[in-house]
Design a binder for this molecule. Structure first.
Ligand SMILES: Cc1cc2nc3c(=O)[nH]c(=O)nc-3n(C[C@H](O)[C@H](O)[C@H](O)COP(=O)(O)O)c2cc1C
Ligand code: SF4
Length: 489
C-alpha cells in the first residue's frame, strides 16, 4: 500500500516548496510572512456597504451535538464562541442548519424554526461576544447561517437509520443509503414545501440579525442533488434551468420576505464518481486505498455535477461556470467553493492522511487533493472576478497554512481563505497568523479524522486528539474503544 510523507515531518518552508515541486504541484507558497497592514491577509473586502475585515473565513462545521428539538447545546455554543475567538472576519454559516425535521442529517443537527429562534440568537451572540473579547471590532465581522436539507443523506430520527429524501435514482449511491428502484422520489409539490421552509428559515435568520444565509449546494445534500438531477422528469430535473429552479425560487422567496438579507452559496464546484476501499488491499485492521466504484455500465455518466460525463474520475467545469453566471444574474456575490462529498469521495473534499473509520486510505497524496481544490477555485475566480470567493481545503497544509494563504490572496486565487478542521483543533490560528505570533505546533490539526469518525459512530464531533474539552471526556474513551473494536473485527 502506498504511504505519503506527513507534512509534520517537513521542517522549513523551503523544504515544503521543494516537496511541492517534487510532486509537480503548483500551490503558491511565500517564503516570508508579512505582518500588520502590509499583509495581504489583513486587507478588508468591500461587501454590501460594509467591509469584511480580513481574509480568513471559518467554514461551516456541524457538531452532531444539538438537542433533539434542534437547539444548541453547551458544546455547540462553545464551538461558535471559538469561531468568534478565531479572529476570522467571515463566519460562513457556523454549521449546516436543517430547515425542517425530515432534512436533518442526524437527530442532533440544529433545526431552525420559530420555537428555536432564541437558541440561534444565542449562537450569533456567542460569536460576537467572543470576537469582542479579543479586542476586535465587530462592524467588520460578517456572520451567515448555512441552510440545508440533507436530502439523500437525511437521518432525522436515528443515527443509524438513513431516511433518504431523493430526487432521482442514482445507480451507485442508492445502495449506499439502502434504497432500491421502488423507493419513492420527492414529488414536485413536496419540493415546493421544502422551498417554503428555506424561505421561512431565511426570514428567521434575517430577524435575528444574520447578515446572510448560505443556500447550501454541496456535499451530496439536497441543494447539490438538484444540480445533478439530469434524469428527473418534471419542473426540477433535466435541463439546467429546471435543475437550478430550486435555487432561483428560494432566492426569490427570501428576497421578497427579507429584502435586507444577503445570499451566499456553498457549492461543490466539481465532483467525481464515488469511491470505496480496494478490497484486494483491505485487511480486517485497515481499509485499502480508495478506488472508483465501477461506472463502466453508466457511461455517459449523468448523475453528477461538475463531473466529466465520458470519464467521471475527472471534473468538468462547464456547468459550474454556467451556475456562477446564474449567481451573477441573481446578484448573489458570496460563493464558497468546496468539492464532492464526505459520504462518497472524502479524499477530494477533506484531504487527510488518516481517513475516517468508515472510509478508505488516501488514493493520492492528500496534497494533490488540496491542489485540485485550489486550482479549480483559481480558475473560477479568474473567470468571475466580481464574486467574493472563499477557498477550501487548506487545513492539510498544517504549518504552511500562513505561507500558502498569504500567497493565494496576494496572487488573487481567492478572496478569503476558509478553514474547517484546523479551527476545531486550534481556533485561534487565524488570529495568531495575523498577529505574527509563532504557531502552537501541538494544536495544529494533523488530519486524524476523529472529528468525522466520531459522528459516523454516533458520537458528537470534535477534535478528540487535540482539544482538551473532548480529549478528557468519557466520549474520547468510547471513541477509542469503537476504533479498537473495528480494527479487531
Ligand atoms: C466535523 C466536520 C463537520 C462539517 N460540517 C460541515 C457543514 O455543516 N457544512 C459544510 O458545508 N461543510 C461541512 N464540513 C466541511 C468543512 O466545512 C470543510 O469544507 C472541510 O473540512 C475541508 O476544509 P478543511 O481542510 O479546512 O478542513 C465539515 C467538516 C468536518 C470535518
Ligand atoms: S480530529 Fe482534530 S486533528 Fe483530527 S482531523 Fe479533526 S480537527 Fe484535525
Amino acid at each position: 500500500m502506498r504511504t505519503f510523507p506527513a507534512i509534520g515531518g517537513i521542517r522549513t518552508v523551503a523544504d515544503f516548496k521543494q516537496h511541492l515541486a517534487d510532486l509537480h504541484l503548483s500551490i503558491p507558497c511565500d517564503l516570508d510572512l508579512e505582518t500588520g497592514a502590509a499583509s495581504p491577509l489583513t486587507q478588508s473586502i468591500p461587501f454590501n456597504g460594509k467591509r469584511i475585515g480580513n481574509r480568513f473565513c471559518i467554514h461551516p462545521m456541524e457538531g452532531w451535538d444539538g438537542t433533539p428539538e434542534g437547539k444548541a447545546s453547551e458544546a455547540t455554543t462553545r464551538r461558535w464562541r471559538n469561531f468568534g475567538l478565531s479572529g476570522a472576519k467571515l463566519i460562513w454559516g457556523g454549521e449546516a442548519v436543517a430547515v425542517r425535521h425530515d432534512g436533518r442529517a442526524n437527530p442532533n443537527q440544529l433545526l431552525i424554526n420559530e420555537q428555536n429562534k432564541a437558541s440561534f440568537a444565542e449562537l450569533r451572540d456567542a460569536v460576537i461576544t467572543a470576537h469582542r473579547e479579543t479586542g476586535e471590532h465587530t462592524d467588520d465581522l460578517l456572520i451567515g447561517l448555512q441552510l440545508t436539507h440533507s436530502g439523500r443523506f437525511s437521518r432525522p430520527n436515528e443515527k443509524t437509520r438513513p431516511e433518504p429524501r431523493i430526487l432521482y435514482h442514482h445507480p451507485l449511491l442508492d445502495r449506499r443509503v439502502k434504497v432500491d428502484a421502488s423507493y419513492p422520489l420527492l414529488t414536485d409539490s413536496e419540493i415546493r414545501e421544502i422551498i417554503d421552509h428555506f424561505i421561512a428559515a431565511g426570514r428567521i435568520a434575517s430577524d435575528l440579525g444574520f447578515e446572510f444565509v448560505d443556500i447550501k449546494h454541496c456535499h451530496g445534500y439536497l441543494g447539490h442533488e438538484f444540480l445533478s438531477a439530469h434524469t428527473r422528469a418534471g419542473e426540477f430535473g433535466g435541463s439546467f434551468e429546471n435543475r437550478t429552479r430550486f435555487l432561483r425560487e428560494v432566492a426569490a422567496g427570501i428576497r421578497a420576505i427579507a429584502p435586507g438579507l444577503q445570499l451566499g452559496v456553498r457549492l461543490s464546484a466539481f465532483d467525481l464518481v464515488s469511491f470505496h476501499p480496494d478490497p484486494e488491499l483491505s485487511t480486517p485492521a485497515k481499509m485499502g486505498p480508495g478506488i472508483p466504484d465501477q461506472y463502466g455500465d453508466w457511461l455517459p455518466y449523468r448523475w453528477g455535477f461538475g463531473v466529466k460525463a465520458s470519464q467521471p474520475e475527472a471534473y468538468d467545469l462547464s456547468e459550474p461556470r454556467q451556475f456562477l453566471s446564474l449567481l451573477r444574474e441573481l446578484d448573489i456575490k458570496l460563493v464558497n467553493f468546496t468539492a464532492g462529498s464526505p459520504y462518497y469521495n472524502h479524499h477530494i473534499q477533506r484531504p487527510a492522511l488518516y481517513p475516517p473509520s468508515d472510509g478508505y486510505q488516501p488514493p493520492e497524496d492528500p496534497l494533490v487533493g488540496v491542489a485540485r481544490q485550489m486550482e479549480v477555485t483559481r480558475e473560477l475566480k479568474r473567470d468571475f472576478p466580481d464574486l467574493i470567493v472563499v477557498g477550501t481545503g487548506y487545513t492539510y497544509l498544517q504549518e504552511f497554512v500562513p505561507f500558502v494563504a498569504q500567497a493565494v490572496v496576494r496572487e488573487g486565487w481567492v478572496d478569503s481563505v476558509g478553514l474547517g478542521r484546523m479551527v476545531l483543533s486550534y481556533p485561534e490560528l487565524p488570529r495568531d497568523i495575523i498577529s505574527g505570533r509563532v504557531l502552537q505546533h501541538k494544536r495544529i490539526c494533523r488530519t486524524f479524522s476523529d472529528c468525522t469518525t466520531a459522528p459516523r459512530n454516533g458520537l458528537p464531533s470534535g477534535c478528540y486528539p487535540l482539544d482538551g474539552y473532548y480529549k478528557q471526556s468519557p466520549k474520547a474513551t468510547q471513541l477509542k474503544q469503537i476504533k479498537a473494536a473495528r480494527r479487531a473485527s
